[in-house]
Design a protein around this ligand. Structure first.
Ligand SMILES: Cc1cc2nc3c(=O)[nH]c(=O)nc-3n(C[C@H](O)[C@H](O)[C@H](O)COP(=O)(O)OP(=O)(O)OC[C@H]3O[C@@H](n4cnc5c(N)ncnc54)[C@H](O)[C@@H]3O)c2cc1C
Length: 388
C-alpha cells in the first residue's frame, strides 16, 4: 500500500483519526474507500448492513454497453476493462465473464428503436453493430427465430454480484480501511473544517472529507446537509433458474430494455430487465408482482426457447437508485467543501468502479481522467415556505 500524505484541506485544524468518512458500503462507497485508502488516506467506511449486500450484491451482474446511457459509454468501457482485470487491481476474482451481447427487436417499431440506440452508442465509442436475425443466430445458436433484427456488442458480459462484496472486504482490510458494518449513520453535522458523522449506538466519526454513497438512500443522506438531491428508487425484480445444460452463450436483452438474460457457468440462468415489483425505500426490497414476473419470464422464453422447460428456483427484488437523467451523481456537494456524493446512476454496477476511481482521484487532488458528474444539475431549491 502506498503511504503518501493526503492533500491538505484548507482550514483543517486539530488532527482527526480519519482523513475521510465514506457513508454507504455498496460498490461505489467501497471502491472510493479502497482507492483513497490505497493512496495513503485514513478512511472509515460506514455501512448499516454488510458490505455490498444491497443493490451491489443483489443485482443481475450484467456488464452492459447496450443498456448504458450513451453519455456514459466511455466510462462504461473503462469500467468494463477494470472488471475484466479485477484480480489485478481488486486482488480477487469476482467471476467476470466477457461475452458477446445481443439486443433484440421483435417488431418493426422496436427495430427502429434498436437502430437509433445502436447509432448513439456507436457514436459514443461502443462497438455496437446492427446484425440480421441470421447473423444473430450464428452468434447465439440458442436464439429463437422471432427477432426481426438485433444489435451486437462484443464488449459485454457479467460478474458475480455476490462475490463482489467478499472481494472488496478483503481488499479494504488489506488497504487498512476501518470498516464499520451493521452501523447505520443517522446524520451529519458540518462542523467547520470537519464533518461529524453520527452513528447509531456508537460515538460519532469525524473527518475533513465526507463521501455520501447511499444508493437509493442518497437523497436522505444529502438531506442531512440540507441539500435536496432527488433520487428515484426503482424496485427491480429478478429470477434465477435451476442449473441447466448450456442453453445460451451470450448476454441477451431487448430494445425496450425489458430483458436482461444470461447463463452463468454453473448452469443457472438469471432473468431480469427492470420489471418493477411493489416496494419503496422505507421498507427496502419489495414484494414481487406475479403478473410482471410472468411477463419477464415469457419474454425470456421468447428469446431463448430452451428456457421454456426450466424451473425457476428463486425470485427477488431490490432497489436501484436513479437520478433524473439516469447519469451518476459523482462529485463535490456544492456549498459543503470536502463533501462528495457518488452513485445513483442507472446500471451502476457496470460503470461503478471507474466512476469511483474518478471521484477518488478528485478527492486526492488529482485531475480525473474523465470529467465527473457533479450533482449541481440535480439539486433542487427548497419548495414553498416563507421565511418567518
Ligand atoms: C435487482 C437489481 C438488478 C440490477 N442489475 C444490474 C445489472 O445487471 N447491471 C448493472 O450495471 N446494474 C444493475 N443494477 C444497478 C446496480 O446494482 C447499482 O447501480 C449499484 O450496485 C449501486 O451501487 P451503490 O454503491 O451506489 O448502491 P448500493 O449498493 O445500494 O449501496 C448503498 C449502501 O448504502 C447503505 N446505506 C444506506 N443508508 C445508510 C445509512 N444511513 N448508514 C449506513 N449505510 C447506509 C446501504 O445499506 C447500501 O449498502 C441492478 C440493481 C438492482 C436492484
Amino acid at each position: 500500500m502506498a503511504s503518501r500524505p493526503p492533500p491538505a484541506v484548507p482550514g483543517a485544524a486539530a488532527p482527526s483519526p480519519f482523513d475521510a468518512v465514506v457513508v454507504g458500503g455498496g460498490l461505489h462507497g467501497s471502491a472510493v474507500a479502497l482507492f483513497l485508502s490505497r493512496s495513503g488516506m485514513r478512511v472509515a467506511l460506514v455501512e448499516r448492513g454488510s458490505l455490498c449486500r444491497a443493490a451491489s450484491g443483489t443485482n443481475a451482474g450484467t456488464l452492459t454497453m447496450q443498456m448504458t446511457r450513451a453519455a456514459l459509454i466511455p466510462y462504461a468501457l473503462a469500467a468494463h476493462r477494470m472488471w475484466a482485470s479485477a484480480p489485478e487491481w481488486l486482488g480477487h476474482d469476482v467471476g467476470v465473464t466477457v461475452r458477446d451481447g445481443l439486443s433484440l427487436a421483435f417488431t418493426e417499431t422496436e427495430a427502429a428503436m434498436l437502430e437509433e440506440r445502436a447509432r448513439a452508442r456507436r457514436e459514443a465509442g461502443a462497438p455496437v453493430a446492427i446484425v440480421s436475425r441470421e447473423a444473430a443466430r450464428r452468434i447465439e445458436p440458442g436464439l429463437s427465430r422471432l427477432p426481426v433484427l438485433a444489435s451486437h456488442c462484443p464488449v459485454d458480459g457479467f460478474a458475480s454480484a455476490y462475490l463482489t462484496g467478499l472481494a472488496f472486504r478483503r481488499a479494504l482490510v488489506a488497504a487498512g480501511t476501518r470498516i464499520f458494518e451493521h452501523t447505520p449513520a443517522t446524520g451529519v453535522e458540518p462542523g467547520g473544517a470537519r464533518y461529524v458523522v453520527r452513528l447509531a449506538d456508537r460515538p460519532p466519526l469525524e473527518a475533513p472529507r465526507l463521501v455520501l454513497a447511499g444508493g437509493a438512500w442518497l437523497e436522505e443522506m444529502a438531506g442531512w446537509l440540507g441539500v435536496r438531491l432527488p433520487v428515484r428508487a426503482l424496485v427491480n425484480q429478478l429470477a434465477v433458474t435451476e442449473r441447466l445444460p448450456p442453453v445460451m452463450r451470450t448476454v441477451v436483452g431487448v430494445a425496450s430494455g425489458l430483458l436482461s438474460l444470461k447463463q452463468f457457468g454453473n448452469g443457472t440462468a438469471v432473468i431480469g430487465g427492470g420489471w418493477q415489483a411493489a416496494g419503496d425505500r422505507g421498507r427496502g426490497g419489495g414484494a414481487l408482482l406475479p403478473g410482471r414476473l410472468v411477463g419477464n419470464l415469457r419474454l425470456a422464453c421468447h428469446a431463448i426457447p430452451a428456457l421454456r422447460g426450466a424451473r425457476v428456483v428463486r425470485t427477488w427484488s431490490d432497489l436501484e437508485a436513479e437520478t433524473r437523467d439516469a447519469l451518476p451523481a459523482a462529485g463535490p456537494l456544492p456549498g459543503h467543501p470536502g463533501a462528495f456524493v457518488c452513485g445513483a446512476v442507472h446500471s451502476g454496477f457496470t460503470s461503478g468502479p471507474w466512476i469511483a476511481k474518478l471521484l477518488a482521484d478528485r478527492i486526492l487532488g488529482r485531475e480525473p481522467a474523465m470529467p465527473l458528474f457533479p450533482p449541481d444539475r440535480l439539486i433542487e431549491e427548497p419548495q414553498g415556505g416563507t421565511e418567518s
